[in-house]
Structure formats: structure tokens, C-alpha cells
Design a binder for this molecule. Structure first.
Ligand code: TRP
Ligand code: SF4
Length: 367
């Protein structure tokens, strides 16, 4: 019996610079687990970063490197997964162009993140062609690797759904050509022609909502994030200033860890005993918030320490990290290139094969 081929996983992250705990529990931790089980491709979406941050690109490169270092720090392993950077696989742009030809405008205008972000982000002009078309680029990212599974957060599920619709539409128009076209020009051999793109499934990352120090969702733009690179004193300081259950004004007031953001962090990072201790201690005013916060800081520091140690090896030798990304990008170009050969053929864009079969000069006619 042959073992079934591993399923292909593809996911990407915008190059936003240093990652925070929310990125870790919301995506990266899951990716690290998946690399043992699946044929994984993970990429830094530097072109996607341009769809909103096109005006100032001065930190683009630096931001990509920071993401890569955090990936390696968190335990993504080049022996187990392919890590690459989008802009080093130009075929994504070619497929994006071809898919844009068949994507109805209405499908893009209906994407929930489109309207939402266009209305909410006022400091930049998002009325651009690139921003509207960004889910098509994402579809190209996914389809060019024929991914089976796309691990994403809730906000991205609609984009994977759009990818499925685009794949279906493409497969309806164009088929994979199994035999060479009939030279007499009687059309494509439809028997034996198969779909080019499989329809990918999104895999919703079971991520709890991670509060930042101000109690809102942890996000770099809110300035409430604990970075994976924060040294221990910084982590402790950030947690010390974290908001708590507002009912606990004085040390003697009882609180409720279920409505306290620090309580939420305990549920994500602390062990069962600590969570129980917090629950009874908070409700009976038996513990103080300072003490409670120091326990969650302990748990977070314990997770970050080995990451930061691993990161240091690559910071001391950045070439090493960059070589991993280069090798991954070369592998990605191979896979993407093979898909594009099929895509061009199925769309009738394979000029070179026609030229060689029909227009080869007669032997001896040239010297
Ligand atoms: N759009 C995703 C985000 O903002 C990043 C991304 C780009 C992506 N291409 C992808 C995720 C392909 C999954 C698959 O987070
Ligand atoms: Fe929050 Fe802990 Fe204070 Fe309770 S004791 S309010 S869980 S910080």
C-alpha cells in the first residue's frame, strides 16, 4: 500500500514587521503544528502589504525580515516547510492578471473586508485598483500551489470562499489539456480534459480572542501588543499596566476573571492550577491584581524565552535566515511555474509548443 500524499497547506502573512502574541496564538503556533503533518508552504505577503501601505515603502524590506526572524524563532523549520516571499515568485502576478480577467467586479465589491476597511481606514486612500483586486491576488497565491487547505483567521474566510468561486469559474472556462491539440484544428480533446484548480478549503484557526494591554483586541496599530521580541522586563512592565476588571478598585474588592482581560490571558497561557488559583483568589479578593499579573507574565516569559534564544542565532547571522527564504522561494518558483505551464496551456497561451510543432524550419533550410 502506498501512503497517501500529504495534503498541501498554503498560508501567508503580511509583512508588518515584528509579530506579537496575537499573531502567535492566532496563526503561527498553528502553523508550527501543521508543518509535521502537511506539505506546508508559508509566505511573506510583501505585495499584499503594498495594497494598503503603498505610499511609504521605506520599511518594507526590514518588515519582511522581522517576520521571517519571528517565524524561525517560533519554530517554523526549513526542513519541514517551505518559507518564501511573494515578490520573489513573480508567477503570482501573472496568475493574478489572468484571474482578474474572469473575476466579475461585483464579486470583489461584495467582499466584506473591502467596504469595511475602505470606510474605516481614513488616513490612506484605499480607492485604488490594487486594493479592490487584492482578494484576486490572494486567490492567485492559493491556487498557484493547488493548495488543499488554507489555515486562516475568521476575517480571511470570505477570501478563501472567493478563491473557490474563482477556481470554479476558471475550471468552467478552461480545462487541463491532457493530449496535444489536434493539429487539424478540430478543437480540444475534451475527453480526458480535467480541472486545472482544486477548490481549497479554509481551516479556521481555533484562536481565542487575545486582549492587548488596554483590553481591546491585541493589535500593533492600537499600541497594546506584547511583541514576541519583548525582553522579560518589558513584558512584565506591559502587563503591570494592563487593564483589569473595573469592579476591583481596591485590593479588598472582589473581581471576576471572566470579564477581566488578564483573566483571559490566564486562560490562554497559564496552567490549570494557576487558572484555578486566579479564579478563587480574584472572586474572594484573596489575591491582588499585581500578583495575578505577575503570574501571567511568568507564563508568557516561559513561552517567549526559547523563541528569543532561537531568534538570536539568526540575528547574529542574518545571511542564514535570508538563505532559507531564498531556497524556499526557489522551490516555490518551481511549483508555481509548473502550475502556470498548465494554466497557459489550458487558456491557449502556450505559443512555444505551437511554434515548435507547426513552424519548425525544414531540416537544412537554415545554417
Ligand atoms: N490576506 C491575508 C492577511 O491579510 C494574507 C494572505 C495573503 C494570505 N495571501 C494569502 C493568507 C493566501 C492565506 C492565503 O492576513
Ligand atoms: Fe483581573 Fe487577576 Fe485582578 Fe482578577 S485578580 S481582576 S483576574 S487581574
Amino acid at each position: 500500500m502506498t501512503t497517501p500524499a500529504k495534503k498541501r497547506v498554503l498560508s501567508g502573512m503580511r509583512s508588518t514587521g515584528k509579530l506579537h502574541l496575537g499573531n502567535y496564538v492566532g496563526a503561527l503556533e498553528n502553523w508550527v503544528r501543521m508543518q509535521d503533518e502537511y506539505d506546508c508552504f508559508f509566505f511573506i505577503a510583501d505585495w499584499h502589504a503594498l495594497t494598503t501601505d503603498y505610499a511609504d515603502t521605506s520599511r518594507l524590506k526590514e518588515n519582511s525580515v522581522e517576520v521571517l526572524l519571528d517565524w524561525l524563532a517560533a519554530g517554523l523549520d526549513p526542513a519541514k516547510c517551505v518559507m518564501f516571499i511573494q515578490s520573489h515568485v513573480p508567477a503570482h502576478a501573472e496568475l493574478h492578471l489572468l484571474l482578474s480577467m474572469i473575476t466579475p467586479l461585483g464579486w470583489l465589491e461584495r467582499v466584506p473586508t473591502y467596504k469595511e476597511q475602505k470606510e474605516n481606514i481614513k488616513e490612506k486612500d484605499l480607492g485604488t485598483y490594487g486594493f479592490l483586486g487584492y482578494p484576486v491576488l490572494q486567490s492567485a497565491d492559493i491556487l498557484i500551489y493547488k493548495a488543499d487547505v488554507v489555515p486562516v483567521g475568521e476575517d480571511q474566510v470570505a477570501h478563501v470562499e472567493l478563491t473557490r468561486e474563482i477556481a470554479r469559474r476558471f475550471n468552467g472556462f478552461y480545462r487541463r489539456v491532457e493530449r496535444p491539440p489536434n493539429p487539424m484544428g478540430t478543437g480540444l480533446p475534451m475527453s480526458g480534459a480535467r480541472a486545472v484548480f482544486p477548490e481549497p478549503q479554509s481551516l479556521l484557526t481555533p484562536a481565542p480572542r487575545l486582549p492587548g494591554t488596554d483590553g481591546r483586541k491585541m493589535s500593533k496599530s492600537y499600541g497594546n501588543a506584547v511583541l514576541l521580541t519583548d525582553p522579560e522586563p518589558v513584558v512584565r512592565q506591559k502587563l503591570k499596566t494592563m487593564v483589569t476588571d473595573p469592579a476591583r478598585v481596591r485590593r479588598t474588592d472582589p473581581g471576576n476573571p471572566d470579564i477581566c482581560p488578564v483573566g483571559d490571558l490566564h486562560k490562554i497561557f497559564s496552567d490549570k492550577e494557576t487558572i484555578a488559583k486566579v479564579d478563587t483568589g480574584c472572586r474572594s479578593a484573596g489575591i491582588g491584581c499585581i500578583e495575578c499579573k505577575s503570574w501571567v507574565a511568568d507564563a508568557i516569559v516561559k513561552i517567549l524565552n526559547p523563541m528569543q534564544e532561537r531568534r538570536r542565532q539568526y540575528e547574529d547571522n542574518p545571511r542564514l535566515a535570508w538563505d532559507i527564504l531564498e531556497a524556499g522561494s526557489a522551490r516555490a518558483r518551481d511549483v508555481a511555474g509548473a502550475t502556470m505551464d498548465e494554466v497557459r496551456k489550458s487558456m491557449g497561451l502556450d505559443y512555444s509548443s505551437n511554434l515548435s510543432s507547426n513552424y519548425e524550419p525544414a531540416k537544412g533550410s537554415t545554417k
